[in-house]
Design a protein around this ligand. Sequence first.
Ligand code: FE2
Length: 371
Amino acid sequence: MATETTERASALDLLDWDHLHFFVGNAKQAAHYYATAFGFRITAYAGPETGVPGRASYLLEQNDLRFVVTSALRPDDPAAAHVALHGDGINDIALRVPDAAAAHAEAVAAGARSVSAPQRLSDADGSVVVATIATYGDTVHTFVERDGYAGTFLPGFVKVATSQAAPHAPGLRAIDHCVGNVGWNEMDAWADFYGKAFGFSQLVSFDDTDISTEYTALRSKVMSDARRRVKFPINEPAEGLKKSQIEEYLDAYRGAGVQHVAIATDDIVAAVRALRANGVQFLDTPGSYYDALEARVGHIDEEIEVLRELSILVDRDDLGYMLQIFTKPLQDRPTLFFEIIQRRGSLSFGKGNFKALFVSIEEEQGRRGNL
Ligand code: FE2
């Protein structure tokens, strides 16, 4: 009915990234790693000392980025089971909305499974409404309504003395996109899910002739809100001569989950220099990639020799170009990694780089004996 469509649009129209919630084996050490290597500040803490028994959480902030790392203090906390099965990974892609109850109701009416009904969390600084739905694997989306809240992050969190700055500040700004890996032949169903439950539409799709090398293959669809703030590429493995990198992820993570988070910066050369100086490890790019670069993407402002030195990739579409680079996995399992991205007009996700990138990923995969 027309009124329902209008109401649904109003509840999910203005959604934006709120935070990413990582479940990890040791939140204290993970917080230190993300702060020291990636330039986040540890700004708030929740745990037994703040009235939250059973788990410890640290809020990491940098410009518009907010990550929370949580570890269980007791075996019955859900974070413990999540880490036991998946290793360290992202449990919650939390999204800010003007009305969490309405967003939850409409997503559930459109077929999403409710994980927790809307609840109001309050403290002396006001209140926040949160409501959670399930997505692929054990991953969830919490809708966060925080207009009425003046405190630090969420009730239960207390401000901590800001942690020491990273040795080299990378200037990471915001989430650009967040990618899910799903099982064989499940991509279309999850793309439909974001279409129905969130009102997202498809930006682009790639099939296994785009994203394949001799040995590995995948298919991908990018779902986005109308404002192109929140972009969710969904990958599934495809048949190749050898094991797909998506299949390797699914085996290691024991199911579907977040593959990578792309983090935007306004100066990728400076960012990657700082991250490398802080000890962040990136995937290598074959030297031949740079020999053919200008012929493929045309003139760019950055020095190709600098990009070669730093292994930064470039792609172009009809709107402009973009620069990107991928870290190695952030934990022992070959699961979650980060992408650093600078958009110079382009809306690309790096299709032109897939071949070059996957050659590089496969070299890593081969070293782990998973090809
Ligand atoms: Fe990406």
